[in-house]
Design a protein around this ligand. Structure first.
Ligand code: FPP
Length: 243
């Protein structure tokens, strides 16, 4: 089944960038009579599966929404668990990711996270920055409105320093000041668990993204379903507002 689906994916029409809103960990845990944190733990296994298949089909960019600027509003226990889970997973997976030619980086604001957390993330990710296979972005303490606001502030600072001319600000300039600078916009955005909204994810970058929603809860999201989303995407006609 998996091999057949891989053959169905057109290499010529491969999306350059897929972004995923990994939703439904809490409901998965509830369905299994477990605590919410078990859902997040199981969610990491789904991340591993999807990164694996993304590399196998030669996807260039994959962005996953791990922790939003709004997620600080969850219980202290859940927030603490998620921060630790993400750091522990990075440490555990980094050698395998390096071997598989994955280039990993965290995108988001460093403001609420401790200096030592941010430092450890960069030190660990750096080990993979020579890789030129899949570019994996972990959206961590990420919020799109925050990203755009930070871009405005950086542009203003550069104008003050004389490094940017006000008259030179174009859409391309704004893109260059976002966390995703230099990356293609997402062609396809997947959201699991049946919810159908963006939740402050890649607002600027998703202007022409295709969306694919599934009721599957994130911990149950399979390689097969990921490939089906890509095959579905490849059957759509994208005109980018032109005819
Ligand atoms: C949303 O489900 C999920 C999250 C806020 C966390 C996602 C994080 C992971 C899967 C771990 C990521 C790990 C790495 C290594 C990047 P929810 O809790 O909102 O679920 P619910 O809507 O069913 O309650």
């Amino acid at each position: 089944m998996l091999d057949e689906l891989i053959k169905e994916v057109s290499a010529a029409e491969m999306p350059s960038h897929i972004a995923i809103i990994m939703d439904g960990n809490g409901r998965w845990a509830e369905q299994h009579n477990q605590k919410r944190i078990s859902g997040h733990k199981e969610g990491v296994n789904a991340v591993r599966r999807i990164v694996d298949i993304a590399g196998e089909i030669n996807l260039k960019y994959l962005t996953i929404y791990a922790f939003s600027t709004e997620n600080w509003g969850r219980s202290k226990t859940e927030v603490g668990y998620l921060l630790k889970l993400i750091m522990d997973s990075l440490n555990k997976e980094i050698n395998g990711l390096r071997k598989n030619n994955v280039n990993i980086r965290f995108i988001g604001s460093d403001k609420e996270l401790s200096e030592s957390y941010n430092k450890k993330v960069i030190e660990t990710c750096k080990k993979s920055w020579d890789n030129d296979g899949l570019h994996l972005n972990i959206a961590m303490n990420y919020g799109s409105r925050r990203e755009i606001l930070e871009a405005f502030n950086k542009m203003r600072a550069d104008i003050d320093k004389g490094e940017l001319l006000e008259d030179d600000i174009s859409e391309a300039t704004v893109s260059k000041y976002l966390y995703t600078a230099g990356m293609p916009d997402p062609d396809l955005i997947i959201r699991t668990s049946g919810e159908q909204r963006l939740s402050n994810f890649l607002i600027w970058q998703s202007a022409y993204s295709e969306f694919w929603f599934t009721k599957t809860l994130w911990p149950d999201f399979s390689k097969e379903e990921f490939l089906q989303a890509i095959i579905g995407y490849q059957s759509r006609k994208r005109s980018f507002g032109k005819r």
